[in-house]
Design a protein around this ligand. Structure first.
Ligand SMILES: [Fe+2]
Length: 442
């Protein structure tokens, strides 16, 4: 880029010629700077796109950068919905609160998606392709527009990238080249992100279904694994765990009783006292859980799932099962699940008893803190808001909760229920109305 200036040649130039030369150099330098900035932006987008797998964040990242570099007012990425033959905008500047959907045959975006051509429109309202419906819906006035197709690795159009209203003047050929360079990079990453989302949904629905299969063995335990997941996550959140660690814990929570599949029906649903042999058989569900989960392939972030799930009946003092682990030998996730599991078991109706009085449940947790249960995690659990608690207890109920009535519970925690003489408070009346409500057997 460096140019050597011939100073001898400059000596013979007039003042006007020198000024002109100088202006030319300045223009060249400005041009180089713009080009360098665009190259930097391209690298920035490429680097960040490859690290981003969340679809929404990915789209927003690309749109913000493109808007900035092309000096435009807005960007929208329309994705193609093959099944419905429509285009839809999941994210777009000015489209934060609603999604736009229209047939693939309509408008400039539709034209670009169908033909794969690039369209640069300098005056939209005088273009036969322009669909003013979107402006009418959004209250925006589109003046000019640049639209390029987004192609995947197989060169199929998967959407279009649209940039609206150049801040001054109209979009240039340089802008077209820039957007044409960005669109395929974004398209490939977008497809990867979509694939990742699909895989995640498959994984999550598979895990949820497995947990429901376990709970369905006995109607009285319906929703148990799901509630354990919610309770466990509240503790982990309060303990400041990362999103990844919490996801692993949630998976372990949903699958903690998977081994119950291996327990005989007549023992699992027995309403009278278990014999010693039957009790040992029930206890073996944890070993089944571990061996089943060890058969499933989990990615790196979920490697501890089997270990955490298999530790939900361990006790801090070593008197738990199946391994009799003590204190820190029990993985933290297992220590959290132990609290969530016992709390849900005691606050649920069982074949041989009703919901236990909540004061008694709290007493069991507090009394066991440091001996059976991890004291720090019990402390976090006691901070659970009563509003959240009612929502979890009632999550399976077909009745809609009266939010207005429940508001009062947001200011009180489980810990507040430790204190005596609670009966006369308005918030305790609301809470116990739900807690003591007759359990509906299905
Ligand atoms: Fe269990």
């Amino acid at each position: 880029m460096s140019q050597k200036i011939n100073t001898d040649a400059l000596k013979n130039l007039s003042r006007e010629e020198l000024i002109e030369k100088l202006q030319n150099y300045q223009q060249q330098i400005a041009g180089f700077r713009v080009a360098q900035r665009k190259t930097n932006t391209l690298f920035y987008i490429m680097r960040n796109l490859s690290q981003e797998l969340e679809l929404d964040s990915l789209l927003k990242l690309v749109m913000d950068e493109v808007k900035d570099i092309l000096q435009a007012d807005r960007c929208t990425v329309f994705l193609l919905d093959d099944e419905k033959d429509e285009l839809w905008s999941k994210v777009g500047h000015g489209l934060e609160n609603f999604e736009i959907r229209f047939p693939k045959s309509k408008g400039i975006a539709g034209y670009v998606a169908t033909t794969g051509e690039v369209l640069k429109i300098d005056d939209c309202y005088n273009s036969p392709y322009f669909n003013p419906e979107i402006d009418r819906k959004t209250g925006y006035r589109t003046r000019n527009m640049l639209t390029v197709p987004m192609r995947n690795k197989k060169m199929e159009v998967i959407g279009v990238f649209q940039v609206l209203n150049k801040r001054s003047g109209i979009f240039t050929d340089e802008d077209v080249r820039m957007l044409e360079a960005i669109a395929p990079i974004a398209a490939v990453q977008l497809e990867n992100a979509q694939l990742y989302v699909d895989l995640r949904h498959t994984f999550e629905s598979f895990i949820l279904t497995l947990s429901k299969i376990v709970d369905a063995r006995d109607p009285l335990t319906a929703g148990h694994s799901y509630r354990i997941m919610l309770y466990g996550d509240i503790i982990a959140k309060k303990a400041g765990w990362s999103r990844k660690k919490r996801e692993e814990l949630k998976t372990a929570a949903l699958l903690h009783d998977l081994g119950k599949i291996g327990i005989r029906d007549n023992v699992l649903t027995k309403t009278t006292r278990l014999t010693a042999e039957e009790y040992e058989h029930v206890k073996s569900h944890v070993s089944f859980t571990r061996s089943f989960l060890e058969q499933i392939y989990f990615s790196r972030e979920y490697k501890q799932v089997a270990r955490i799930a298999a530790a939900h009946h361990e006790r801090l003092d070593g008197a738990g099962y199946p391994d009799g682990l003590k204190g820190d030998e029990i993985p933290p996730g297992g220590r959290i699940l132990a609290i969530a599991d016992i709390f849900d078991a005691l606050t649920s109706k069982r074949h041989y008893r009703d919901r236990m009085a909540l004061q008694k449940v709290i007493h069991i947790l507090i009394d066991g803190a440091g001996k059976i249960f991890d004291a720090e995690f019990v402390g976090y659990f006691m901070q659970i808001s009563l509003l959240k608690l009612v929502r979890i207890l009632e999550h399976n109920s077909p009745q809609k909760l009266p939010e207005e009535e429940l508001k009062i519970l947001a200011h009180h925690t489980l810990s507040d229920l430790k204190k005596s003489s609670l009966e006369n408070h308005a918030w305790t009346k609301v809470f116990f109305k739900y807690y003591l409500r007759e359990y509906q057997e299905k």
